[in-house]
Design a protein around this ligand. Structure first.
Ligand code: SF4
Ligand code: SF4
Length: 271
């Protein structure tokens, strides 16, 4: 995000709205965005109403009010002068918006956001079959965001376990070598609100994956949350529960259960 310094009056309203807390007052009393840390989510631009007052007008009101010992405070949900200016984003910086701005459709998946709907629609797609486990590893949420150099460390920690990285996932598109997990060099310094590595593996490998994540979490400068999925057994039991427990973890009580009301586009006995 850019701030037009000719318009900004330094009211500070955008500072508290910024999801990454990366807008601050510059020495000239106007606001500035730390471009390295901004994830181009556009929350500041979308949430604050643009009053579009000329900056000279706001400054004149302020000056006039000081005569009466009064101050001018803009309503907290506006940018009084419309100084916030979304930039034209080019590769690789455009990745920030594709992963962080929910109104931007990712060109690789055709849906907005940083993941796919594969696990949620598993009853239709049959991506996860009996004996298989799906892992979703979200990096950067809540609050911290993540650079791809940290996301790469996670991918490289998991790759030796020979997962099947979800082919439709936007992070997978950025992995240059799926055997090592190494990502495209040019994306490493880009930062996003969060990114999700999605993969499939055999059920009994769950403890190895969780152990690898436990180890790599100390090497990255952000947070990780992990989801595990599998197909329920005929009696309704959750097969991955046992393997998660073997790894020393417990499932959180807010898991999602897909009831399987969709019409399957696969047959269990076909690959
Ligand atoms: S809300 Fe607008 S005028 Fe106020 S500090 Fe931010 S960019 Fe400047
Ligand atoms: S685009 Fe997002 S991260 Fe960047 S300054 Fe605005 S709210 Fe903050």
């Amino acid at each position: 995000m850019d701030i037009d310094k000719n318009k900004c009056v330094g009211c500070g309203n955008c500072h508290i709205i910024c999801t990454m807390g990366v807008i601050s007052l510059d020495e000239d009393g106007k606001s500035v965005v730390n471009q390295d840390e901004c994830v181009e989510c556009s929350t500041c631009y979308r949430v604050l109403r643009n009053e579009n007052y000329p900056s000279w007008f706001v400054r004149a009101i302020r000056k006039a009010l000081t005569v009466f010992n009064l101050g001018y405070l803009a309503d907290v949900d506006i940018c009084p002068t419309g100084a916030l200016t979304p930039p034209e984003l080019v590769w690789p910086r455009v990745l920030r918006a594709q992963f962080s701005n929910p109104t931007v459709v990712h060109p690789g998946t055709g849906v907005p956001g940083r993941g796919t709907d594969e696990i949620k629609s598993n009853d239709v797609t049959g991506r996860l079959r009996k004996g298989e486990a799906g892992l979703v590893v979200e990096i950067g949420r809540p609050e911290l965001g993540a650079f791809f150099r940290d996301i790469e460390k996670v991918a490289m920690a998991l790759a030796p376990l020979e997962p099947v990285f979800e082919p439709e996932n936007p992070v997978t598109h950025l992995i240059a070598d799926r055997k090592t997990g190494r990502m495209k060099e040019e994306v490493l310094d880009e930062k996003v609100l969060s990114a999700i590595i999605e993969l499939k593996t055999d059920m009994e490998k769950i403890p190895a994956f969780l152990a690898a994540l436990e180890k790599v979490q100390h090497e990255i400068d952000t947070v990780i949350s992990v989801g595990v999925a599998s197909r329920c057994l005929d009696d309704g039991a959750i097969p991955h529960e046992e393997w998660v427990r073997k790894a020393g973890y417990a499932l959180s009580p807010n898991g999602k259960t897909n009831l399987g009301l969709g019409r399957p586009r696969f047959r269990e006995d076909e690959p």
